[in-house]
Structure formats: C-alpha cells, structure tokens
Design a protein around this ligand. Sequence first.
Ligand SMILES: *Cc1c(COP(=O)(O)O)cnc(C)c1O
Length: 223
Amino acid sequence: MASIKENIELILNELPEGVSLLAAAKTRTAREISEAIKAGITLIGENYLQDTTDTFYDVTEKAEWHFIGHLQRNKVKKAIDLFDMIESVDSFRLAKEIDKHCKTKNKIMPILIEVNSGEENQKTGALPGNLIDIIREISVLKHIKIMGLMTMGPRFGDPEDSRPYFKKTRELFDQVKALSLTNVEMKYLSMGMTNSYKIAIEEGSNVVRIGTKIFGEREMDDH
Ligand SMILES: *Cc1c(COP(=O)(O)O)cnc(C)c1O
C-alpha cells in the first residue's frame, strides 16, 4: 500500500496550477495529519468539533484548518477558535452566530457558503434558489467575509454523473461574483472529492477536498 506521502505527491503532481488540495481528515489521527502536512498539505479539513479537539493540539506542523462539516450553532464559539475558515455555512442564522462570536474576539472569519447543489432533502447546504438572498443577507455582517462556495453534490458510482451539479455550482459562483457585493470576494470554489475531483476541476473547482485517496479507506465513520 502506498504511503500518505506518496499519495499526496501523486495528487499534487497532477493538480493544475491554481488548484489547492485540502486533506479531508475526519477519523484520522494527529500522526496521520502531521504526516500529510510534512508531505506538502497546507489545508486540513475537519467535519466534527470533537475529532478536531482530539487532534488539533497534537499536530505541531503549521497548516490552515477548515471546517467542512455541519456546524451546530451551539458549537460556533469553539469552532471559531480552531478554524481559519468555515466552508459549510448554509444559513443566515448560523452566519449571525459566527459573526456574534467573532465580534467579541475582534476577528473576521472567512467563510464559504455550502450549496445543496443536488437539492437533496437530507443534505445540508443552501438551496440554489435561495443562495443569492442568503448571501445578500450575510454580506451585511461585519465579522464575516464570504470567500466563495462549497458543494458536495450527490454521490455517484460514476463521477461523470456529478458533472451537472458542479457545473450548476460554478454558474452560481459566477452569478454571485458578478453582483460585486461588499464583504464578498468570490475566490474559492471548493468541490470534488476522491472519486470526483478531476471532473470538479474541469468544471472550475479550485479547492479539492480529498480524504480516501490520501489516507486510505476509512475503517468506520462512527458518527
Ligand atoms: C469526507 C469528506 C470529503 C472527502 O471524501 P473522500 O471521498 O474520502 O475523498 C470531502 N468533503 C467533505 C465535506 C467530506 O465530509
């Protein structure tokens, strides 16, 4: 089996210029995360606050930590201490809570808005039809900076089936960008995972979030 280092080198070598690789680290140990950073990873993604507090302080190598999971409002206070970016904001209520806590700490949190591009009932993320309204609302908050969009998209065996959802998210990205709102700097389009990142890049992604192809199969997602 290839090592974390070899996996990362392989991916980094084939990524086009301007595309960043985020290591999706849910369920991974501090040692695995450290190994990834030493191999050239600069962005770590975490889905759960608890996992993060278990590993965060043991990882001494420097990286930017992004929250990519579903953030509950009662966990926001903790999250803003740990994370450099929250990629999964999907409502004004959540944004307002982040803004409130950032205000007391006198900081500005960069966020991405998560889009439920497949309009799936069980999934988090703003629906495409509501996205512009939500962004307009959030853009008045002074302690938040909207930096782009994130999407998961429906899961398919054949990654080609993901293409329309990436395409749609890219279109939304361009629409929001064209509005030139204050506090909104559309810079990052975070989409694509292990089985779909190549398609996502073709559709304009500039941040790919990869877990399995870096760290190997997850034993069990016990959440
Ligand atoms: C787990 C996860 C990924 C990475 O998934 P892989 O298929 O293991 O590459 C990316 N984004 C989010 C939000 C995730 O939860």
